[in-house]
Design a protein around this ligand. Structure first.
Ligand SMILES: N[C@@H](CCC(=O)N[C@@H](CS)C(=O)NCC(=O)O)C(=O)O
Length: 112
């Protein structure tokens, strides 16, 4: 069973989302995460320094951060993506944004 995230962790995660125009919670072995990171950093050429990527499976408090993200967004899976503090969703949501032609403008705004 998963423990609830502590109020401190929820506060910390919300701050990270607000402080980073692009925030991605990821796991190194997750193919959907790899697709998202390829889109953002290779296809869209977002500078690595312009985004915060948390590899939850390599962090001591990764499971608790994932639980906090679930409580904040209702989404349990990774990648869990935010742009300009707005919850985008997972990789399929990111790719849908790209397919609809709306991702470029959003990223431009996030990098401005
Ligand atoms: N439709 C989702 C699929 C994401 C997904 O299934 N991620 C898996 C890892 S590859 C996951 O988060 N599983 C639960 C977990 O790792 O806790 C997306 O496009 O992002």
């Amino acid at each position: 069973t998963r423990a609830m995230a502590s109020p401190e962790t929820i506060k910390k995660v919300k701050a990270l989302i607000q402080e980073n125009n692009i925030f991605i919670a990821s796991k190194t072995y997750c193919p959907y995460c790899q697709a998202t990171l390829k889109t953002i950093f290779e296809d869209k050429k977002v500078p690595k320094t312009s985004a915060l990527v948390l590899q939850l499976n390599q962090m001591e408090d990764g499971a608790e951060i994932q639980e906090a993200l679930t409580e904040i967004t209702g989404q349990r899976t990774v990648p869990n993506i935010f742009i300009l503090g707005e919850h985008i969703g997972g990789n399929s949501d990111l790719q849908a944004l790209e397919a609809s032609g709306k991702l470029d403008a959003l990223l431009e705004k996030a990098l401005a």
